[in-house]
Ligand binder design. Structure first.
Ligand code: ZN
Length: 206
C-alpha cells in the first residue's frame, strides 16, 4: 500500500512551557533546520516554519496547554485509525494494550475542522477535556493525534491506536470486537504495576 509519510512530531522542552516541532520536510528525512521552537500559545521563538507546518502548530500547542504531563505529541494519517476518523467513529476499549497504555477511555473522535484551524483545535480541546484516560484523539476526516509523557511515548501511543484500529476492523468480519470488562481493566493495570515495581527478576546463583 502507498503511504503518504505525512506526519509531524513535537516534544516539550523538559521543565519549560516550550516545545520543539518538526516544521518542514517529511518525517522520514528530517534535517536539524526543520525543527523549530514554540511557546505554548504557538508563537514561533526560534527557527523557521514552512507554510504547511505553520498550519498545524496549534494542534500540538493545545495538547501541551491542556495536559501539563504531556511531553510529546505525534500526528499521523495511520490508515486504520484514520479509517475510523473518516467514518466518524470513536474506538472503544477492546485491546489489552490500550489498558496497559492508560487509554481506558478509548480513542474519542474530535469533530472536523480544517487542519490546525480554530474550529479543529476547539474540537480537539472538547475531546481531551471530556476524556481523562486517553492517549490520543481521532481527527474526523483527517487522522490521529497521539500524546504521552515523552515524544517516544507519543509515537508508541500512535502505534497502539493504529494496532487497535486494525484489530477492530478485522474483528468486524467476525461479528465485531468486544470491550474489556471494566473490572478486568483495573486488574490488568494493577498486575502491570506490581510486576513493574518488582523490577527485573534474576535466577538465584547455582
Ligand atoms: Zn494531517
Amino acid at each position: 500500500m502507498q503511504i503518504s509519510r505525512h506526519g509531524n512530531i513535537s516534544a516539550r522542552v523538559p521543565g519549560t512551557d516550550q516545545f520543539l516541532l518538526t516544521a518542514g520536510g517529511s518525517i522520514d528525512s528530517l534535517r536539524p533546520e526543520q525543527i523549530a521552537l514554540f511557546d505554548l500559545e504557538g508563537t514561533l521563538l526560534e527557527g523557521a516554519v514552512e507554510p504547511t507546518s505553520a498550519e498545524i502548530v496549534d494542534m500540538h500547542s493545545v495538547v501541551y496547554r491542556l495536559r501539563p504531563e504531556a511531553g510529546g505529541v505525534v500526528h499521523t494519517h495511520s490508515p486504520a485509525a484514520t479509517s475510523f476518523a473518516v467514518a466518524g467513529q470513536p474506538i472503544a476499549l477492546i485491546y489489552e494494550a490500550m489498558a496497559r497504555f492508560d487509554m481506558t477511555d478509548g480513542v474519542p473522535l474530535a469533530g472536523y475542522g480544517p487542519r490546525g484551524s480554530r474550529e479543529s483545535v476547539e474540537e480537539i480541546e472538547k475531546a481531551i477535556r471530556a476524556h481523562a484516560k486517553i492517549g490520543g484523539v481521532l481527527l474526523a476526516n483527517h487522522g490521529v493525534l497521539a500524546f504521552s509523557g515523552s515524544a517516544a511515548g507519543a509515537a508508541r501511543a500512535n502505534m497502539v491506536i493504529e494496532e487497535t484500529a486494525v484489530l477492530a476492523l478485522n474483528a468486524r468480519v467476525l461479528g465485531g470486537a468486544r470491550e474489556i470488562p471494566a473490572a478486568m481493566v483495573a486488574l490488568t493495570q494493577s498486575r502491570r504495576d506490581e510486576f513493574a515495581a518488582a523490577g527485573v527478576r534474576e535466577a538465584p546463583p547455582r
